[in-house]
Every structure is written in C-alpha cells, then in structure tokens.
Ligand binder design. Structure first.
Ligand code: PLP
Length: 426
C-alpha cells in the first residue's frame, strides 16, 4: 500500500507546531515516547470485549496481561481496591458512573460549568443534563473558592443521588470530607472527577479524595501524562446501596456495577493499544522522576501566578494550589476570545474561559485558562515562568500591533529551542 503522505506530512507539521510553541492549555501534556509507541502498536488490532480472564473473543492472552498490568499499576499509584482502565475518555468514565448509579430523571449536583465545572457534571447540552435532573453549586464571588455552604444547601434541598466534585477550571484544592458529610446526611453518593489534578494527587501534593468519595474518575492525558483516555477507581469497594444482585443471588459490589456500566453499558471493545499505553504511563507515574515532575508543576504554577500578579493580572482566587490559573482579563480590556486568538499568532496556546459571574458569553468570555503541565514536561523550571508571562503580557497589551506580536513569536520560537521535544523523531 502507498504511504499516505498527506496524513504523515500533517503529523510532521503538528510535531513542529508542538516544538515551536509554548503550550499552556491546562488539559494538555506531552507523553513520553514509549507511551506513544505503545499506542501506535499492534495492540490496536485486537478485539477484547469483556475483562481480563473473561473475554468474548479468543486470542486475548496477551492483551489480558497488558490490561491487568495497567489495572495493577493504577491500583498501586492510588492505593485502590478497584480500577477500570477501559473508558475511552474522561467523559466516558463519567457516563459509566452515571449509568451505574442513577436512574433517568434522578437529581444530581455538580459545579456549574460557568464556574469551572465540566460538561459531564450536569450541563444542559450534555447527556448528564438531559438524562438526569441537574442542580449546581458555584464559587463565592469575593474569593473564587467553592461555595460549600451553597453545596450543602442545594444538597439538603434537592436530595441529589450523586454529588459530583472536581472541575476543569478551578485552581484550588477541595474539601472532600465536607462534601462527604452532607452526602451521607442526604443519602447521596459522591463522585470526584480528578481529571485535571490527578497527577498531583498521585504524589500527595493535594488532598486525597479516595477516602471520602465513593467513586473517583479521571482522564489519563492531563497531569497524569498518559495517553488520551479515562479511568474509574474505588479505594474501598462496597456493596451497591440498591440491592442489585448477581445471577447467583449475591448483592453486587459497586465495582461490579461499574464494570457492567462500562462494558456492555456504554462501550464495546476496549482500546487495548491505549490501555497498553496507560500501563506504561502508570509505570512512569510510580517512578521518582514523576514525583519530581509533579512537584515542579506546582512550583511552576505558583511562580507563574506571582509573575502575573506583579503585572496586575486578576487571578481567580488570587493564586493556585495546582497546575493551572484562571485569569480574569476585564481590567486588561481584552476578551478571552481575542486573547486566545492573538496568543496563537505568537505561538502561545491557551484557551479562552468563562470566569465566575462572567458577563460575556461562553464564545467570547472574560478570561483565559493557563496551565503548566506541558511546559513542565518540556523541562521548564520556575525561573522560566517570567519569560512566559512577559511574552503573554506583551502580546495582550499590543494585541492589534502585528509587529509586536510577530516579534514575540520569534522570541518564543527561539526560547523553545532549548527544550527538546521528541528528539528521537528527528
Ligand atoms: N472531566 C473533567 C473535569 C475535564 O476537565 C474533562 C476534560 O477536559 C473531562 C472530564 C472529559 O475528558 P475527555 O475530554 O477525555 O472526555
């Protein structure tokens, strides 16, 4: 077969784009070469509906081993009794938990999308807001911190079956114990979606949700630095509270309901090439190198916050505990949309983001979200954050001056040559 130059030329161009630019999208990262090699492997050819040791297809002896490795390593990372590594993405992980725990129409309670929550936490345009009855808590206007009083009031008033904590654009730690307390009071299960900070939680740099939340989901491609995908985890497995029984008449454990919800509930064949890559990534997370990486992420985020504050940028909650910052640009007279567009012209990638109590639409927004997981993987340290912030500030303050933006782009490209990315790829 002829090589598909069209596609491979584009892949090459994407590599060059990644090499030249400053990647600040908080949900992105650069996996190791061996993670990518596992993903681009013959494992993609194998159908393996079911779970290791109990598949619906023959020839699964090898993928059983890679999947089991992924499960065992993930259990070791977070000290778990149960892990499911099959969800194709974070959204799929959340959908499977919803299918396992909820009936159509059941009330759920999550952080409002416009306050930093995720689509799958009850948004009207998502299955979670269409199939279930969503209620939301927000953040406190003055502090930008999660409004736990509002969460408690809503929980008592609406009696949700599932309380979801975790966020896509929230720079502070969570009080999981407080959420569990009110959940127990109203008879709700708690799901923590740690898609964003999972890598920092893995290394003990943020509060541990596992002892307080019944079920924890995550993506694998953000701070965990693995392939794109999802996972579902339980530290202490428990009997399902609804009395669902298996064919032998035994009450099913929650883990068994989740396995059934992933397959055959919402997915068919697992992506065994991605699962092999997850196994590689989880092995990397267990290493001391990853401990150093996670610490550097937090250090870089705090150094970046300081540099932004010195230039009078308004950071929601005035700082960060994790890997990201949410910046309100209203005092800088530029919208999130414009900021995103002009930064791209300087080879700096960040995303526009609504800020709490935003007066602009989700398409325009008043803010940008910036994260350091990817630039930390490139090798940047705290001392490099000043360059990044200077470059951003220069672009945003001269957004209509193509000469300035072009000059910053040159500086950015030159600066990035010191941080090699996949040198093995030539
Ligand atoms: N949950 C949270 C908190 C997220 O931020 C995201 C993605 O950004 C997801 C779930 C969904 O993950 P995916 O894009 O892999 O479906």
């Amino acid at each position: 077969m002829q090589r598909d130059n069209l596609v491979f030329d584009l892949i090459r161009k994407e590599l060059e784009r990644q090499r030249h630019g400053i990647e600040l999208i908080a949900s992105e990262n650069f996996t190791s070469l061996q993670v990518m090699q596992a993903m681009g492997s013959v494992m993609t050819n194998k159908y393996a509906e079911g779970y290791p040791g109990r598949r619906y297809y023959g020839g699964c002896e090898i993928v059983d081993q890679t999947e089991q490795l992924a499960i065992d390593r993930l259990k070791q990372v977070f000290k778990l009794e149960y892990a499911n590594v099959q969800p194709h993405s974070g959204a799929q992980a959340n959908a499977a938990v919803a299918l396992a725990c909820l009936q159509p129409g059941d009330p759920i309670l999550g952080l409002d999308l416009s306050m930093g929550g995720h689509l799958t936490h009850g948004s009207a345009v998502n299955y979670s807001g269409k199939l279930y009855t969503p209620h939301f808590y927000g953040v406190v206007r003055e502090t930008g911190l999660v409004d736990y009083e509002m969460l408690e009031q809503k929980a008592r008033a609406e009696k949700p079956k599932l309380i979801i904590c975790g966020a896509s654009a929230y720079s502070r730690d969570w009080d999981y114990a407080r959420i569990r307390k009110v959940a127990d009071e109203v008879g709700a299960l708690v799901m923590a979606d740690i898609a964003h900070p999972a890598g920092l939680i893995a290394k003990g740099l943020l509060s541990d949700p596992f002892d307080h939340c019944h079920i924890v989901t995550s993506t694998t491609h953000k701070t965990l630095r693995g392939p794109r995908g999802g996972i579902i985890m339980i530290r202490k497995d428990f009997e399902n509270p609804w009395g669902h029984k298996d064919p032998k008449g035994n009450i099913r454990m929650m883990s068994s309901l989740i396995d059934l919800a992933v397959f055959p509930g919402i997915q068919g064949g697992p992506l065994e090439h991605v699962i092999a890559a997850k196994a590689v990534a989880f092995g990397e997370i267990l290493s001391d190198d990853f401990t150093a990486y996670a610490k550097q992420v937090v250090e870089n985020a705090q150094a970046m916050a300081k540099a932004f504050r010195e230039k009078e940028y308004n950071i929601i909650s005035n700082g960060t505990d994790n890997h990201l910052l949410l910046i309100d640009l209203r005092n800088k007279n530029i919208s999130g949309k414009k900021a995103e567009q002009v930064l791209v012209q300087a080879d700096i990638t960040a995303n526009k983001n609504m800020v709490p109590f935003d007066d602009k639409s989700a398409f325009v927004t008043s803010g940008i979200r910036v994260g350091v997981p990817a630039i930390t993987s490139r090798g940047m340290k705290a001392e490099h954050m000043q360059f990044v912030v200077n470059a951003i500030d220069n672009v945003l303050m001269n957004a209509d001056d193509a000469n300035v933006v072009g000059a910053v782009r040159k500086q950015v490209n030159e600066f990035m040559t010191q941080f090699a990315l996949y040198p093995e790829l030539g």
